[in-house]
Ligand binder design. Sequence first.
Ligand code: SF4
Length: 305
Amino acid sequence: MNTKDLKQKILEAKKETGTIVLAHTYQDPDIIDVADVTGDSFFLSKKAAELKAKRVIMCGVRFMAESVKILSPETETILPVPSATCPMAEQIAPERIRKFKEENPTAQVVAYINTTAAIKAECDVCVTSSSAIKIVEKLDADKILFIPDQHLGSFVKKQLPDKNIILWDGYCPVHAQLTAQDVLECKAAHPDAKFAVHPESPAEVVALADMAGATSEIISYAKSQPGKVIIGTEKGVVDYLSTHEENGDRFIQLAPHKLCCEDMKKISLEDVYNAIIGSCGEDIQLPEDLRKKALVSINRMLELG
Ligand code: SF4
């Protein structure tokens, strides 16, 4: 079946089954085309809750489907390809967090939203890349453990020098590959371009940027600029901007050979269709006590952020 026909079948199947398709911005443009909601991971889970969706297909990675389930336990939440996981989301074991808290009873543990539900259940508060600085600034603790991303943690620490922030040594294997050399070469090829980067990137790369922020902030910034913008995040963002904005060729992909997340690209248009009709995917389940504990950390994020 060709792509056009498959898209048409997806639209019909969504209607027949009352299914909502959520797609992270890093997904393939064909999946974005058939999605009901597109955006950052936490935005998608909030949207699913607002829509009171009965059934959603989460086109992204496992922690994103778990976040939908944490906020909307009644929603049937399908991850089309069960092996699509974020390597960073599991780079600290929940037992290690418990041990840290036993050893540091007055400390607080801050978890990036890109973590499993089991990790969220052990931390004190979650943060997104756009709310991290604001939330950590408000924490009244002698010691703050920031998990798992050392680069986002170091970005926050730099903005808040008065806070005693301890970094975990996790990282996003996609953004962490970037080097200052990648940026300098791209800037040399596009001397008039601005440079926007995700703070999951190493500090030497962020230091060269005109702006650093979450995916949605990068998109807003890129749209607001009159000229070329070098985009230092997963290639789905440039795909999205190029197809949804006029003069799409003004968005320049930094290091295209590095900035492609294999896990985010595991889902195909066929998988989306098969998940809608119930012939593939995993129905995400979370133990209720764990879900409730993870929800506490997310609710605290909403209160502070
Ligand atoms: S881009 Fe990085 S943080 Fe995002 S899903 Fe892929 S590995 Fe995880």
